[in-house]
Design a binder for this molecule. Structure first.
Ligand SMILES: [Zn+2]
Length: 157
């Protein structure tokens, strides 16, 4: 990885790029390695703030980050982008705890993984959570679903 970074740094061309989001956009999506947040939206480095977690969920930390992004980093709109075939939407909370216990023997039941059995309803609820939060009342936010088999994004709300 460090050798690859050496090559990257040799050809580095982003020096001087402003920290503000060039297109005023924040994108919250899943940590899933099949997703290329910039490429799927026709964006480049500097265009958008990218937030990622398991399941693209609007957590307290996402809200905290969006407040900083919106007041200090030029963000005035946000996309919540869940995806098809997401592990966080294909089983119960119990299933995930059981899978982890089976894989490593750990009891993770004290953690909430925010698994959903109705992904679209969850995206809508998460978008509403942003919209109804007073600190982010000025932010335009929409909910979307990315198809990992076609690359297509569908707007849900
Ligand atoms: Zn996912």
């Amino acid at each position: 990885m460090l050798a690859a970074n050496g090559v990257y740094a040799e050809g580095f061309r982003l020096a001087g790029l402003p920290a503000r989001a060039g297109k005023g956009l924040a994108v919250l999506t899943c940590m899933d390695s099949r997703i290329e947040p910039l490429a799927m939206l026709g964006l480049r480095a500097g265009d958008a703030k990218i937030l990622r977690n398991a399941g693209a969920r609007v957590t307290d930390d996402v809200l905290r980050t969006l407040v900083l992004a919106s007041y200090l980093l030029g963000v005035d709109r946000a996309m919540v982008v869940a995806h098809t075939k997401c592990r966080m939407a294909s089983g119960s909370e119990h299933d995930v705890h059981a899978a982890i216990a089976e894989a490593g023997g750990l009891d993770t039941r004290s953690l909430a993984f925010l698994v959903t059995d109705d992904q679209e309803a969850t995206v809508r609820a998460d978008v509403q959570r942003v919209r109804s939060w007073p600190y982010l009342a000025h932010l335009r936010v929409g909910g979307f679903l990315y198809d990992v088999d076609t690359g297509a994004i569908t707007q849900l709300c």
